[in-house]
Design a protein around this ligand. Structure first.
Ligand SMILES: [Zn+2]
Length: 250
């Protein structure tokens, strides 16, 4: 139980850090300097302004110094990071596989944050992730190393083909992100991840168009759907697959 609370706390703090990393990488700024400051008035933030989720609620979503609105992406990003890491930790359990699982979850959160803000998934996030996960898979995994390499290749080629066929419906960032996903999930669950992501993306996209929130042909960020599809496939893939097969068997 104490371990659970620590995991939440670390997840919230990591989420807070990832928010900053995403914004600074998009602006091509250093992650370490300058210290956290308000994007509007640049007043340096104190510890009290930086408590995950609580500072946002306590300050009612406004900067303490200039009263500019703070993006709800901050507390939402913190909560999503913490809850997804907690879910991964609970399902995977305390074993070596938790390491690639945490690396992938972190990378996915970063990809979602940059994709929502600027419709971009950055090479500076995906390329190191591919390298680190490749090395991790040399030592950690219930399947042989080549299984994960094939997974990475399947993710990469699948998204590349869709990018070519859809003529830019899928960006280079999505393609490289799927190579990283494949290295953790292996080929089968990578395919399932993409099926779930596409299904959710189509349903939500349709709802947004029907309700007039977005216009037709206006691109929506695919990152959040990749995130959800990948976590579902990685953590519950074999259950989802059995359920899907049972549907067809009547
Ligand atoms: Zn301010």
């Amino acid at each position: 139980m104490i371990c659970d609370s620590y995991f939440w706390l670390i997840g919230l703090l990591l989420g807070s850090f990832l928010n900053v990393v995403a914004i600074r990488l998009l602006k091509k700024e250093s992650i370490a300097f300058p210290p956290s400051n308000c994007p509007n008035c640049h007043h340096r933030l104190s510890v009290l302004d930086l408590v995950p989720v609580f500072s946002y609620l306590f300050l009612k979503g406004k900067c303490r110094y200039c009263k500019a609105k703070i993006s709800p992406l901050y507390p939402v990003g913190e909560l999503v990071t913490a809850s997804s890491l907690f879910l991964v930790y609970k399902v995977v359990g305390v074993q070596l596989e938790l390491l690639p699982a945490i690396i992938l979850t972190t990378v996915l959160v970063l990809a979602v944050l940059t994709d929502i803000r600027e419709k971009l998934i950055l090479d500076v996030i995906t390329l190191p992730a591919i390298a680190i996960l490749l090395i991790t898979r040399l030592f950690i995994g219930s399947e042989p190393f080549w299984f994960y390499v094939v997974g990475g290749a399947v993710g990469f080629v699948l998204l590349l083909l869709i990018a070519i066929v859809s003529r830019g419906g899928m960006g280079g960032g999505d393609i490289k992100l799927y190579a990283a996903i494949g290295l953790v999930l292996g080929p089968w669950m990578t395919l399932l991840s993409f099926m779930v992501a596409s299904f959710l993306g189509a349903v939500v996209g349709l709802l947004l168009i029907v309700t007039g929130v977005v216009k037709r042909k206006q691109p929506i960020a695919f990152g959040p759907f990749i995130f959800i599809g990948t976590l579902i496939a990685y953590l519950f893939g074999y259950d989802v697959w059995n359920w899907y097969v049972s549907l067809w068997q009547g």
